[in-house]
Design a protein around this ligand. Structure first.
Ligand code: ADP
Length: 362
C-alpha cells in the first residue's frame, strides 16, 4: 500500500498536483497574455507568433489530438484578435503579421504532432523488439537445453536396454551388463551436470553494484513510457520520498523490474473498461534497512488464490502472455538481496511492492 506518513503524503500529493497543473496553467496564462497584447497593443508586431510557445508547451501535457486542438485554438485567437483590431482600423502590415503568425502556429503544430507520432512509433518498435528478443532468447535457450539433455537421456535408455538384454541372455553376460550399467550411470550423471550448468549460467551474472538513487530510476522509467501512459488515459501519480537512501545495484536490471510492473499495471487497467485508471508509483524508506518501491493500479486485480503463482515462470492469464516478466523481476530483486510481493488493491486493482536493502556506505 501507499507508504505511511499522512502529512508527508499530503505534501507530496500537493507537489505532484502542482507539477501536473503547472504546464497547462502556464500555457493558458501565456495564451491569454498574447491575446491581450495582440488585441490592445498598437504596435506592428507579430505577437501571435508567440502562440508557437503555447503549442510547444501543449506537447508536454496533451496527446496528439490535444495538441491539434491547442494549435487550432491559437489560430482562432489570432483571427479573433485580428477581427477586434480591424474594428479599430488595421493596417496592411497587420494582415501580413497575422498571416505569418498563422503559418508559424500551423507549422509548429504540424511538426509537434509529427514528432509526437514518431516518438510513439519508436516506443512501439522498442517494446516489440524487446518482446521478440525475450521470445527468441527463451525459445533458443529451451531448444538448446532440450537438445543437450536429450542426448545423454537417449543414451541412458539405450544402455539400460542393453543391460537388460545382457542379463536376459542364456547364460547372462554379467560383464557386458555391468559395462552397460556403468555407461548408463555416466549418461545420467551427464544429464544432471547439464542441468547444474544451466542453473549456474542463469545465476552466473551477478548484478552490477553501482550506487543508485531509486527515484532517478523510477523517473527515467516513467519517461520511457510516458506516451503509453497518456495513450491509455491513465492518470499517473508519483509519490517519491525525498529521504530515500541510495541502494547498490544494477540500474538496467532495476529499471527492467519497474518497467515490467508498470506495463503489467497498464495492461491490467486496459482489460477493464472501468474508470478512473489510476497508477501510483511510490518510493519510501522501509525501516532503516530498506527502500520500498510500490506500483499500484486500479486494473482487473488479483485473485487471492493466485498470489503465489504470479511469480512462477510461464504463469500467465493473457492470451499472448509469456509469464516471464514477474519471474524475471523476482530473480532480479532477489539477486539484489531484496524481495517482491503482490497484494490485491482496494476497491480494485493490484499492488506490487519490492524492497531493496540500503547499500553500505561507499
Ligand atoms: P505476462 O505479462 O506475460 O502474463 P508476467 O509474469 O509479467 O507475464 O505476469 C504474470 C501474470 O500475473 C499475468 O498474466 C497476470 O495474470 C498477472 N499480473 C501481473 N501484473 C498484474 C496486475 N498489475 N494486475 C493484475 N494481474 C497481474
Amino acid at each position: 500500500m501507499i507508504p505511511p506518513g499522512a502529512t508527508r503524503m499530503k505534501l507530496q500529493n500537493l507537489r505532484v498536483m502542482t507539477r501536473a497543473w503547472l504546464l497547462p496553467v502556464t500555457a493558458i496564462v501565456l495564451a491569454a497574455g498574447i491575446f491581450i497584447a495582440d488585441t490592445i497593443a498598437d504596435l506592428e508586431i507579430a505577437f501571435p507568433a508567440f502562440y508557437t510557445v503555447v503549442v510547444l508547451l501543449a506537447v508536454r501535457f496533451c496527446n496528439k489530438r490535444g495538441v491539434i486542438l491547442v494549435g487550432a485554438g491559437c489560430c482562432a485567437l489570432t483571427l479573433l484578435s485580428d477581427l477586434l483590431t480591424a474594428a479599430t482600423g488595421s493596417s496592411g502590415i497587420g494582415v501580413i503579421n497575422t498571416t505569418i503568425s498563422l503559418l508559424a502556429i500551423a507549422t509548429t503544430t504540424y511538426l509537434a504532432v509529427k514528432i509526437e507520432a514518431e516518438k510513439e512509433a519508436a516506443y512501439e518498435a522498442r517494446s516489440q523488439l524487446a518482446h521478440v528478443g525475450r521470445v527468441t532468447t527463451l525459445g533458443e535457450l529451451t531448444a538448446s537445453i532440450a537438445h543437450e539433455v536429450n542426448q545423454p537421456l537417449a543414451a541412458a535408455v539405450i544402455n539400460g536396454n542393453a543391460c537388460m538384454r545382457w542379463l536376459a541372455a542364456e547364460p547372462p553376460n554379467l560383464d557386458e551388463a555391468r559395462q552397460a550399467a556403468v555407461r548408463l550411470v555416466k549418461d545420467a550423471n551427464r544429464a544432471s551436470e547439464i542441468i547444474a550448468q544451466v542453473r549456474a549460467l542463469t545465476k552466473s551474472s551477478p548484478p552490477k553494484k553501482d550506487w543508485l538513487q531509486i527515484n532517478d530510476i523510477i523517473l527515467a522509467t516513467v519517461s520511457l513510457i510516458e506516451s503509453e501512459i497518456r495513450q491509455n488515459q491513465v492518470s499517473l501519480h508519483t509519490d517519491l520520498a525525498d529521504d530515500v537512501p541510495p541502494v547498490q545495484g544494477d540500474r538496467v536490471q532495476l529499471q527492467q523490474v519497474i518497467l515490467n510492473l508498470v506495463l503489467n499495471a497498464l495492461e491490467a487497467m486496459n482489460r477493464l473498461p472501468a474508470r478512473p485508471r489510476e497508477l501510483i508509483i511510490s518510493s519510501a524508506k522501509n525501516d532503516a534497512k530498506g527502500v520500498r518501491i510500490t506500483v499500484q493500479d486500479s486494473g482487473i486485480g488479483l485473485a487471492p488464490d493466485n498470489l503465489d503463482r504470479l511469480f512462477s515462470a510461464f504463469y500467465t492469464t493473457k492470451p499472448d502472455g509469456m509469464g516471464m516478466g514477474l519471474a524475471i523481476s523476482r530473480s532480479i530483486v532477489e539477486a539484489h538481496g531484496g524481495r517482491i510481493w503482490a497484494t490485491p488493491n482496494a476497491p480494485r486493482g493490484a499492488v506490487f511492492q519490492f524492497i531493496l536493502p540500503v547499500g553500505m556506505e561507499p
